[in-house]
Design a protein around this ligand. Sequence first.
Ligand SMILES: Cc1ncc(COP(=O)(O)O)c(C=O)c1O
Length: 421
Amino acid sequence: MKLISTRNPALRATFLEAVQAGLAPDGGLFVPTEIPRLNDVPGLLKLEFASRSAEILHRLLGDEFPRSVVDDLAHASFTFPAPLVKVAERISALELFHGPTLAFKDFGARFLARVLALGAGGHRRTVLTATSGDTGAAVAQAFHGLPGVQVVVLYPAGRVSPLQERQFATCGGNVLALAVEGAFDDCQRLVKGAFEDAELVSRLGLTSANSINIARLVAQTLYYFEGAAQTDGAPLVMSVPSGNFGNLYAGLMAQAMGAPISAFVVATNANRVVPDYLDTGVYQPRPSVATLSNAMDVGSPSNWERIFALFGGNHDAMAAALRWGSCTDGDTTRIVVDLDRAGYLADPHGAVAYRVLQSNLRDGEQGIFLATAHPAKFREALASALGREIPLPKTLSDLLDLPLLNEPLAADQAALRRRLM
Ligand SMILES: Cc1ncc(COP(=O)(O)O)c(C=O)c1O
């Protein structure tokens, strides 16, 4: 797979180069020069998840890695299932939260850690990542204890759930958690700024584990095939709860590769930058507002640049290919309550995706919404919506007794530079 920057098609990289760099040197994002169309999808859908993933990764990365390496990558990264669970008439949840940190980010982070380990070759690497919640956990857990790699997690102080915070701020060792006095957009800005600092990049061997890293998105394409593999052939509509829009880009890649998905539904919370753009053609990033689905509280979605590039910047083409909508906190709570009564416990992000899917599903179609995080990760919000305690899985309850090992950081580029140096 060869990649180019969204801002300059002459800036080319191999997959490993793009993964190591994170961001393209001109500040753009790496995207494939072309997305290969797979001509044997029905056969691929019959394979089990890790074997199918190895096969698809081989088609994507076979020019760079031997078959045995790709097989190892897939089988070591994807050790947990992504079951499809029926939730309502014609609507199912693709549960992406059965990995070690109980969120969809485990797919991308575990794959990324192994790709980076392949390319480390004895050099020092620092993985710098901004998180609105789950990325930090998945990245910290995927890299914790990996020799030669330092992980730095930036997160908005007080704006991630206490459990999310414990998943990345209790690791210690090679994982440093910095509580930024600001919003997620500030964390993202600081990370971008660090990557534009050439000295910092080369001294620390800076790499990003955010969804700006193409390795994460390549891994995420694989569960779209898994969702399709568990359906019965009616036209399939997939609803993606979106914040930074990496997940949607991965879905669009899977569709371009031939995954049988008729349409995508873009589902956001009150942070409506993209739905507003699709409505009006005017793209206007703005400060994020806090919602119940806090991991999607993004006012300037970094991966939109990739989606924009995929459609050649053509608003009409995007509006024709996508369906979209947003969900208020009031509706999110109502859906959580309704689904609970029907026997399904949804987290707030999944609930947003369900709600927007519900209003965009047409006759004869089947819908899948991505359940991106285990509901217990948002148990405070769910407990207050449902009026009962949400049981914690043991992976999470064990964390509660551990001390936080975080450090505060001003939302200031120079402060971050000093700390990293
Ligand atoms: C639970 C959850 N759902 C949805 C999203 C949004 O995914 P994306 O940023 O790829 O749009 C996130 C992102 O952090 C998340 O943690």
